[in-house]
Structures are given as C-alpha cells and as structure tokens.
Design a protein around this ligand. Structure first.
Ligand SMILES: [Fe+2]
Ligand SMILES: [Fe+2]
Length: 181
C-alpha cells in the first residue's frame, strides 16, 4: 500500500492524515451548525423538510469524524467554539434573507467542500482506505446538497454572485485555519 504522495518539506504521512481528519471534523461540525442556524429561522418554512434532511446527513458525517478523531487520537481544532458560533450565524443570517439565500449559502459551502474532499481523495491515493471511503461517500452527499440548493432557487437569491463569492472565501479560510489551528 502506498502512502499519501508527498512533496519535499511536506509533513509526514501520519501528520498529513491527522490534519485531514482535523479539518474534516471541523468542516462537518461547521456544516451541522450552518444547517442548525438555517433551521432556527426556516424551521417552519416550506423548505424545512429539505433543510432538515441535509442537516441529518451532516450529523452523520460529523459522527463519523467524531469517531475518527477519538480512534486516531487527533487533536480537534482549537477553533471549535468559534465555528460553533460562526457556522450558526452564517446559516441564520442567510436564512433571514430568505429561502433562496439560505440555498445560495448551501451551494457555495458545498462547492468548496466538494473541491476540498476531491483534493484529499487524490492526495490519499490508495492509503487510508477507511478515511478515503468516508471522504468519497460524504463528498457524494455534499454534491447532492449543492444540487438541492440549486433546485431550490439558490441562483435567484438577492446578490447571488456576491454572496456566493463571500461564503466561498469564508469557507476556504475556515478550511485553511482548521487544518493548522
Ligand atoms: Fe458534510
Ligand atoms: Fe453538506
């Protein structure tokens, strides 16, 4: 079995995998909080069942990474308290702008997570089959969430391009920070 591909100066394979689990755990935590924020605002709206279904899947993703963090003794990100608040705030704030804005937020976040998981799966190659299987399974769910957002009018949200760019930038920054801190 080959290890993750490495470049000179990169952390060792083990440290690399640890960072992957840390950032994915943080990301799934943030995602669960975003959907919780959306539901706090839109829990009685027509979109509620759709949002609730995605929220349930995020909880399943989070549970899998909770388990990996414990089993592999990975230090979780120190930013959890921040993601707890920021994720919820992002979900609630976009939901206050309406269902389509909430969906636009979902599309933007899930596009970034799709990219992120695709990159990780490529890096892992044949290594870490359990982690890789989780990443690929969850990535398929995230793509479905993106498509659900598009099917529910995300692109009709006010200032769609601007919001999408802002949410994507924020998501990429969150990934960068949670990999390192
Ligand atoms: Fe997820
Ligand atoms: Fe998702």
């Amino acid at each position: 079995m080959s290890g993750p591909r490495r470049l000179p100066g990169d952390p060792s394979g083990e440290a690399l995998v640890e960072r992957m689990i840390r950032v994915d755990h943080a990301g799934e935590y943030g995602a669960a909080r975003i959907y919780a924020g959306q539901l706090a605002v839109l829990g009685r709206s027509p979109a509620a069942p759709v949002i609730r279904r995605m929220a349930e899947q995020e909880k399943r993703h989070l549970a899998a990474f909770d388990r990996l963090v414990a089993e592999r003794r990975v230090r979780p990100t120190a930013l959890s308290p921040f993601w707890h608040v920021a994720g919820f705030a992002l979900g609630a704030a976009t939901a206050f702008l309406g269902e389509r804005a909430a969906m636009a937020c979902t599309v933007a976040v899930e596009e970034v997570i799709d990219e992120h998981y695709r990159g990780q799966a490529e890096t892992l190659g044949d290594a870490e089959p359990e982690l890789k299987a989780a990443i690929e399974e969850f990535r398929a769910d995230e793509i479905e969430h993106r498509d659900t957002g598009l099917a529910h009018g995300a692109e009709g949200a006010p200032a769609y391009e601007l919001m999408s760019a802002a949410v994507k930038a924020g998501s990429r920054l969150a990934i960068w920070l949670s990999t390192r801190i």
